[in-house]
Design a protein around this ligand. Structure first.
Ligand code: ZN
Ligand code: ZN
Length: 162
């Protein structure tokens, strides 16, 4: 499930190139990085480094693990990707051109459900204001079992009773 995209003025590739040139010393966008950015931004989903490696391999792109990790870190710094901590696992998703949202994570099927809540954002803003706290960001991840997995478990239990 994806939320509606946010219109952006630059392509992810151009934005990343701009980020790299703005660094000191300036870096250039390598062919492999360009392929990676194109691959990542071709569809919206949540992925970890291993899943990305696998996807790149299937697409016929040979990129070393070190390059993948280094590029992921830079994409986060550039504001193109957002990092989500899933226990010991690091998950990534589009940040650029995608609206701010929160997640529900199913521990059974590993599904990530995205939602937006102005009420939560307002509550967090109020809390920060009360503490005169200048927030730079936050992470909210609700852990549990999704509706389908709950249903599957219930029907299995009913079958057991038969
Ligand atoms: Zn599930
Ligand atoms: Zn998401």
């Amino acid at each position: 499930m994806s939320l509606p995209a946010v219109p952006v003025s630059q392509s992810p590739e151009d934005k990343f190139r701009e980020f790299l040139t703005s660094r000191s010393p300036a870096q250039r966008l390598t062919e492999q990085q360009r392929e990676m950015v194109r691959f990542i931004f071709a569809q919206h989903h949540h992925f970890d480094a291993d899943q990305l490696m696998e996807g790149l391999k299937q697409a016929g792109l040979v990129i070393s693990r070190a390059t993948v990790y280094r590029t992921l870190t830079k994409l986060v710094e550039a504001g193109l990707l957002r990092k989500i901590e899933l226990g010991p696992r690091m998950c990534y998703e589009h940040d650029y051109g995608y609206p701010h949202h929160e997640h529900l994570h199913c521990a059974r099927c590993n599904k990530m459900i995205e939602f937006q809540s102005p009420k939560i954002e307002e509550a967090l803003r109020d809390i920060c204001a009360q503490q005169a706290f200048k927030a730079s960001g936050y992470t909210l991840l609700i852990r549990g079992i999704c509706a389908e997995c709950t249903k599957a478990k219930v029907s299995r239990r009913l079958l057991d009773l038969v």
